[in-house]
Design a protein around this ligand. Structure first.
Ligand SMILES: [Ca+2]
Ligand SMILES: [Ca+2]
Length: 208
């Protein structure tokens, strides 16, 4: 009666059929490919270490140039950070918002903290990994007489896959010091990091 209606039904059937193929057949093929690749040592996971060195902020200011606190008081810095390997080049915050569990630092009256904090991330799918971004949020945390909390800045610390990856932590050298990019650029503040990466010895913790 309505050829168009039949056409729609046929198309729907084809889509359902293709969905069945994709849902059942392709995963088996992928699994088979993974099994054959797992015998290759180059398929071992990558361990990334990002060493956040320090935040240089000699004037004790926030992104706008305003001081963190009144008078001679310095910044009271609380810091959150995570390594984003899914959307390293995207605008802040990248692949996800920062979470309370990303907390790694608080110290009062220290405007230029030497974090020396290592962030680690294991990359199971090493072929698709090209670059990462340690994303760091800094707040001046107050309360009481000092006034309100102040946003200091967000930083993107971008790094790329190294061409020759070491076989172990012992043989993995650190990069040179690299500046992070501030979300709101201010020449009076800066953050620097180093990174390195190496092969893990097994696929423990990664999908089989
Ligand atoms: Ca403040
Ligand atoms: Ca403060």
């Amino acid at each position: 009666m309505e050829p168009k209606g039949i056409g729609r039904v046929t198309l729907f059937a084809v889509i359902v059929y293709l969905g069945v193929i994709d849902g059942q057949l392709l995963p088996n093929m992928r699994a088979a490919a993974q099994v054959s690749a797992s015998t290759d040592s180059r398929n071992l996971p990558l361990e990334i270490e990002v060493l956040l060195l320090r935040f240089d902020n000699p004037h004790g200011i926030v992104y706008s140039g305003k001081k963190c606190d009144f008078f001679w008081w310095g910044c009271d810095i609380k810091a959150l950070g995570y390594i984003d390997v899914e959307k390293p080049y995207d605008d802040w915050p990248g692949s996800r918002e920062l979470l309370p569990s990303d907390y790694f630092w608080y110290r009062g009256e220290e405007s230029s903290p030497k974090f020396n904090h290592i962030f680690r991330k294991t990359i199971c799918d090493t072929n698709s990994f090209k670059a990462g971004n340690l994303r760091v949020n800094l707040m001046d945390v107050d309360g009481g007489l000092r006034g309100a909390d102040d946003f200091i800045n967000n930083f993107n610390c971008i790094f790329t896959k190294v061409p020759n990856i070491a076989d172990s932590a012992i043989s993995a050298g650190w990069s040179k010091e690299i500046p992070c990019d501030a979300m709101y650029s201010n020449p009076l503040m800066g953050m620097v990091f180093k990174y390195r990466m190496y092969r893990k010895s097994s696929r423990d913790g990664c999908p089989a």
